[in-house]
Design a binder for this molecule. Structure first.
Ligand code: SF4
Length: 229
């Protein structure tokens, strides 16, 4: 599998675990607030040898307990399946970060117990999804199927939304809450423009507004928290 980034040790990418994090390149979305511009656009990247990564992982068993696979959008690549099987064979846990657009692959991972935790981005309400994901057309059916799959609780998971003033407001959050109703866990993430976003000039949502959104979503999920505020 083509790997373009490798963080050897992370205490934050998989909550409650010590993991290493692998980054794939490319994405089918263009979220204006995305801070992985080079990974998404496949520019200034150097491929990292998969065998070297697996060697490293094998030598660190006992220090790390898990591997986080992130991107870009990892599920764009069919050989992700074989790669995850190799990681699972080491006995380590696997966390997958995904935008949920590849329902079929996510379904396979969940039903074959190839992933232990899924963090799925929920960009916004269905109505505001295309604009928030930076695409004119989004296959919402697939994203909705991924939402419903995770809600079944066959694997531990979180939905996560990066709050950006230009896209999120009380109306979109209310609509999103109705959509995600019955979810186990929703994180509302703090957006900070670090200068590397796909689009310049986006604004953060202040903590008091994020708390208001949290109040709306609390009626729809077991656990709702702010992240990074
Ligand atoms: S935020 Fe995620 S889904 Fe959006 S463009 Fe970046 S990598 Fe793709």
């Amino acid at each position: 599998m083509k790997i373009y980034g490798f963080e050897k040790l992370s205490m934050v990418d998989f909550p409650g675990h010590l993991c290493c994090t692998i980054f794939t390149g490319g994405c089918n979305f263009r979220c204006p607030f995305c801070q992985n511009k080079d990974l998404v656009n496949m520019t200034n990247l150097h491929e990292i040898n998969e065998e070297d990564v697996l060697d490293y992982i094998n030598k660190r068993i006992g220090i790390i307990d898990s591997v986080c696979i992130s991107g870009g959008e990892p599920t764009l690549y069919e050989d992700l399946i074989e790669f995850i099987k190799k990681v699972k064979a080491t006995g380590l846990l696997v966390k997958l970060d995904t935008n949920g657009s590849n329902f079929e692959m996510l379904d396979l991972f969940v039903r074959k117990h190839l992933v232990d935790y899924v963090a799925m981005d929920i960009k916004n309400s269905k109505t505001a999804y295309p604009k928030t994901a930076g695409r004119d057309v989004i296959k919402l059916d697939d994203i909705n199927k991924s939402v419903e799959l995770l809600k079944l609780g066959l694997v531990d998971y979180e939905f996560r939304t990066t709050l950006v003033k230009n896209f999120h407001n009380e109306t979109t959050i209310t609509e999103m809450g109705r959509w995600l109703d019955g979810a186990k866990r929703i994180f509302l993430q703090h957006f900070v423009d670090n200068g590397t976003c796909l689009q310049k000039g986006l604004d953060e949502i202040k903590k008091q507004d994020a708390e208001r959104f949290l109040g709306i979503l609390k009626n729809h999920a077991d656990q709702v928290e702010l992240r990074g505020y």
